[in-house]
Design a protein around this ligand. Structure first.
Ligand SMILES: [Zn+2]
Ligand SMILES: [Zn+2]
Length: 254
């Protein structure tokens, strides 16, 4: 599985883009930074978008991607998430006021976007990938994803505060290769992290005690760029054996 990191931060600043991974050149995991990064040819190759939740920093480029590709793609791009998440995107964004309803454009029979609802903890197939969503703990309905191919499985937490079920499944996943997990705020912003259901480095330290496979790499994502320096210091201080700071533009293979 090839992962290209289009954006991996918890806010947008010059040089720092919001969450989006491109997997095997055709599957997006979140769409916070797609159209400012991919060429039109690369955008046309996108077949599916896995969505962790409806917050704008994870979905905004679904809107711009649909606009760019209207009339250019033969089959619609699948928007994949649970019913609740898709309903928010449909009702709040693709509602013909904030943005046109690209599930009906350019024609009802050949639209740019198509909703593909999934259930948590059920496997679905996308080409040679097997994907399973798991509920996590955020202010809106939010899921993490286990994504597998013949090379193994990776876990992406999405946005989450402290959570349990995701770690249970991670511990049971024999071919797990890597974990991508959010840490948004520095320790002194504990209160804000709690009410917005995000992790701090101290929270992450507690979370990683639930994870039994500490030989595997853990990549930190969704850091707020305005606190990057202090976050990296505090994350280094938790002294986890295999912790990495994911970088925008990085390409990984599992
Ligand atoms: Zn976010
Ligand atoms: Zn969020």
């Amino acid at each position: 599985m090839k992962i290209r990191v289009l954006g991996c931060y918890g806010a947008e600043f010059p040089g720092f883009k919001t969450m989006s991974f491109l997997i095997n050149e055709s599957v997006l995991l979140d769409a916070g930074s797609v159209t400012s990064t991919l060429s039109i040819e690369e955008q046309e190759r996108v077949s599916d978008i896995l969505i962790t939740h409806s917050h704008l920093d994870h979905i905004k480029d679904i809107l711009f991607l649909a606009d760019n590709l209207a009339g250019r793609v033969k089959s619609p791009i699948n928007l994949i998430a649970t019913d609740e998440i898709l309903a928010i995107i449909q009702g709040s964004f693709l509602n013909n006021t904030v943005w046109p309803d690209f599930t009906l454009i350019p024609t009802i029979s050949e639209p740019v976007l198509k909703f593909k609802p999934i259930k948590t903890e059920e496997n679905i197939k996308i080409d040679n990938l097997t994907v399973k969503a798991v509920d996590v703990n955020h202010t809106v309905k939010s899921v993490g994803y286990f994504i597998s191919d013949e090379g193994g499985t990776i876990l992406h937490s999405g946005d989450t505060g402290p959570t349990d079920r995701m770690w249970q499944i991670a511990n049971e996943t024999e071919d797990l290769r890597a974990v991508f997990i959010e840490t948004s705020f520095p320790n002194e912003m504990l209160r804000l992290a709690e009410i917005s259901r995000h992790l701090t480095p101290n929270f992450l330290k507690e979370e990683l005690k639930k994870f039994k496979k500490n030989h595997l790499p853990v990549y930190v994502v969704h850091m707020k760029p305005q606190y990057l320096e202090i976050l990296k210091k505090e994350l280094t201080d938790i002294r986890y054996p295999n912790l990495h700071f994911l970088e925008q533009g990085q390409e990984l293979e599992f």
